[in-house]
Design a protein around this ligand. Structure first.
Ligand SMILES: [Fe+2]
Length: 178
């Protein structure tokens, strides 16, 4: 049995287009805004600030080290706060859980805060060996932490929170340099 002219009508095409349009909002939302982008960029910014502080400590330039370390701690703390107060709770709500990967990340933030305190004490007493030793441990921990976030947690957040309202903007506001 051959196809009638009516069966070749534009209806199937219209339905296909309607289907595409129906799927467009989440697709476009993903294309337009990747929620964790500001945090990824901010990781690189914190890395640069850390390198400045470390270089100054290695040269025993304590005024410069104090300034660079101050900038670094301010930025890193704002990064932790943005994750702990905005990103992690949104992810935990979406997943319906409070443990898991975000709990591990919170614990690692605590470990890094402890190392920042050790570095601040070393800076106060101008002990470059202690400063750089705690700094080395912090750098390793920070690199491992950022790797896990950028390759595991952030992609999960981007997938689960793609339609969340204004999340990227709130994160950006939190980590913007004052
Ligand atoms: Fe983090």
């Amino acid at each position: 049995m051959g196809w009638s002219r009516q069966q070749f009508s534009l209806m199937p095409i219209k339905e296909t287009l309607a289907g595409i349009a129906q799927n467009a909002p989440p697709f476009l939302a993903f294309m337009i805004m990747i929620i964790t982008d500001p945090l990824r960029h901010h990781h690189r910014h914190c890395d640069d600030l850390f390198a400045d502080a470390e270089a100054a400590a290695n040269s025993n330039d304590w005024p410069c080290c104090a300034e660079a370390f101050g900038r670094f701690t301010t930025e890193l703390e704002s990064h932790f706060t943005a994750e702990e107060q905005i990103l992690f709770p949104a992810f935990e709500d979406a997943m319906g859980m409070s443990g898991g990967p975000t709990q591990v990340m919170r614990m690692e933030h605590g470990q890094m805060r402890g190392l920042l305190e050790q570095m601040a004490e070393a800076l106060q007493s101008r002990r470059s060996g202690q400063f750089c030793s705690a700094g080395e441990t912090l750098l390793i921990l920070m690199q491992q932490h950022n790797f896990k976030e950028e390759n595991i947690l952030y992609p999960m957040c981007d997938q689960r929170l793609a339609e969340s309202d204004g999340l990227a903007e709130r994160l950006r506001e939190k980590i913007t340099i004052a």
